[in-house]
Design a protein around this ligand. Structure first.
Ligand code: ADP
Ligand code: MG
Length: 263
């Protein structure tokens, strides 16, 4: 329900101690360079609990780098990223613990090839002693049912289609019980006929209130599911807002030019 999700609190609302009104993700002044190539040139972004943010923009504009900074797969050059009130950039930050709030799904599914579907879901939670094997198996079967893959629990990844593998990859991320999901072009490697089955799973997650940041070229999906669309170009947020406004009534010339090529 777009009217209740992602409601923002007034700027400067006092911290109440119970995390009310606190963004799930707060990015401030994020810069990232590789050598002398500055890829992110000052990103500021708050994502509210339950909000679905779709990130669009041309290839090479820094979208993946931004996502990878959010869970510290890349180290920011400067700026800060705060997850649930905790900086992941502060010296001594417990990155492994903070990262457990965050599930990530990539373009390439990267399932463990020698493990069954179910074992792909149970491996990390059991290794990290978050659950015993029996509980992990139960959680895995519930999640596989949720993504329509329960009947493939004992299959090996190579026997699955790309769309099925990506649904398993989403379930595997959910098995860590994250409260934020990051998606980096999750359907870009799929044959066209398999795109919708993955988008449907993501749409259900959004409806269930998951906080999500989704880099995507699926413009129809972004329009329908996002609470907010962000257009990134040249390492900065050029334009953002309501999907209908950004995608069908863009104000910035660069947004207009990009959308004219992809819509
Ligand atoms: P997008 O996801 O929007 O296509 P990326 O964030 O992947 O863009 O990349 C932005 C720029 O950063 C590109 O010029 C890319 O070559 C560069 N880049 C990304 N990762 C690295 C890296 N690990 N080392 C050097 N350059 C990188
Ligand atoms: Mg990318």
């Amino acid at each position: 329900d777009k009217t209740t999700k992602g409601a923002t609190t007034p700027a400067g609302a006092p911290a109440t101690g119970d995390k009310a009104g606190q963004p799930k993700i707060r990015i401030t002044g994020l810069r990232k360079s590789f050598g002398d190539n500055e890829v992110l040139s000052g990103i500021d972004l708050d994502v509210q609990p339950g909000e679905v943010v779709c990130v669009i923009g041309p290839s090479g504009s820094g979208k993946s780098t931004m996502l990878r900074c959010i869970n510290r797969l890349e180290e920011p050059t400067s700026g800060d990223i705060v997850i649930d009130g905790e900086s992941i950039c502060a010296p001594g930050a417990d990155v492994d613990r903070i990262r457990r709030h965050l599930g990530m799904v990539f373009q390439q599914f990267n399932l463990f090839p020698h493990y069954s579907v179910r074992e792909n879901l149970t491996y990390a939670p059991v290794q990290l002693k978050l659950m015993g094997q029996a509980e992990a198996d139960k959680v895995a079967m519930d999640l596989l049912a949720r993504v329509g893959m329960a009947d493939k629990a004992d299959a090996m990844p190579r026997s699955l289609s790309g769309g099925q593998q990506q649904r398993v990859a989403i379930a595997r991320a959910l098995a860590m019980q994250p409260d934020i999901m990051l998606f980096d072009e999750p359907t870009s490697a799929l044959d066209p006929e398999m795109v919708h089955e993955v988008l449907d799973v993501m749409r259900e997650l959004a409806d269930d209130g998951m906080t999500m940041v989704i880099v995507t070229h699926e413009m129809g999906f972004a329009h329908d599911v996002a609470d907010r669309v962000i257009f990134i170009d040249g390492g900065v947020i050029v334009e953002q807002g309501d999907p209908e406004q950004v995608m069908h009534h863009p104000r910035n010339e660069r947004t207009k030019s990009f959308l004219s090529k992809v819509l």
